[in-house]
Design a protein around this ligand. Structure first.
Ligand SMILES: [Zn+2]
Length: 230
């Protein structure tokens, strides 16, 4: 009898939890149904809201306009054979990217904005007392499988849901990069670890030199759900 009662109550409870944010007025950061404010520090619902963007067209752009951040949207490249970019945008912000500003899937750009404001820039201030002004990257979109293998799963790069970072330029022109500065005992090494850890709070997976030899010269950031952070 009690088991039946539990079975009956569980769906009722689930419905109540789902409806609660629609009935009670929650602050936007605590309400899973409102678009993500990209100016706010990462919170409990940040990754959930980022993952919702992938399934709901328009939600990502809505987050950018809510946050007052200009966004350059490009024509969609529909998926074909596991490759394409559903909601392509140019990576926003005023950083100088080399070589060129990458085109990524919009939810990745949203994650980037939070990471840059709440992770990358504070880490540079802490280590060097200045801003990062440039980013050296190794690409975002690439129609390929994991580790360039002939078979197996598509890489997150195949949908521009990933970005590889090789290094950073500071306001005074100094460069900090992988693999050279990873083992530096001073501020450069501490900065790169801070950057990696900050990326882990926003992106689904972050792979760097601690992960394997294939990532010794870059941080791979993507929105995958595995939660790997090394
Ligand atoms: Zn990568």
């Amino acid at each position: 009898m009690r088991r039946w009662l539990t079975l009956l109550l569980l769906p009722v409870l689930a419905i109540l939890i789902l409806l609660l944010p629609r009935v009670v007025v929650l602050p936007p950061a605590w309400n899973p149904w409102t678009p993500l404010d990209l100016r706010a520090p990462p919170g409990l619902l940040t990754r959930y809201k980022l993952s919702r963007m992938a399934g709901e067209p328009g939600l990502c752009a809505a987050s950018f306009s809510l946050s007052g951040i200009p966004l350059q949207r490009l024509p969609p490249q529909p998926l074909r054979n596991g490759c394409g970019i559903e909601d392509p945008v140019r990576l926003p912000g005023d950083l100088r990217f080399s070589p060129g500003t990458p085109v990524v899937n919009c939810p990745l750009a949203a994650a980037w904005v939070i990471f840059e404001r709440q992770g990358l820039q504070p880490a540079a201030q802490e280590a060097f007392g200045q801003r990062v002004t440039g980013v050296r990257h190794l690409g975002a979109y690439n129609c390929r499988n994991l580790y360039h293998r002939a078979g197996g799963r598509r890489s997150r790069h195949a949908t521009a849901d990933a970005l590889d970072l090789g290094g950073f330029t500071l306001a005074d022109g100094r460069g900090i990069g992988l693999p050279r500065d990873w083992d530096s005992p001073g501020p450069p090494g501490a900065f790169l670890r801070d950057v990696r850890d900050a990326a882990c709070r926003v992106f689904g997976a972050v792979l760097g030199p601690d992960y394997n030899a294939a990532h010794r010269d870059h941080f791979h950031l993507d929105r995958g759900g595995w939660g790997t952070c090394r």
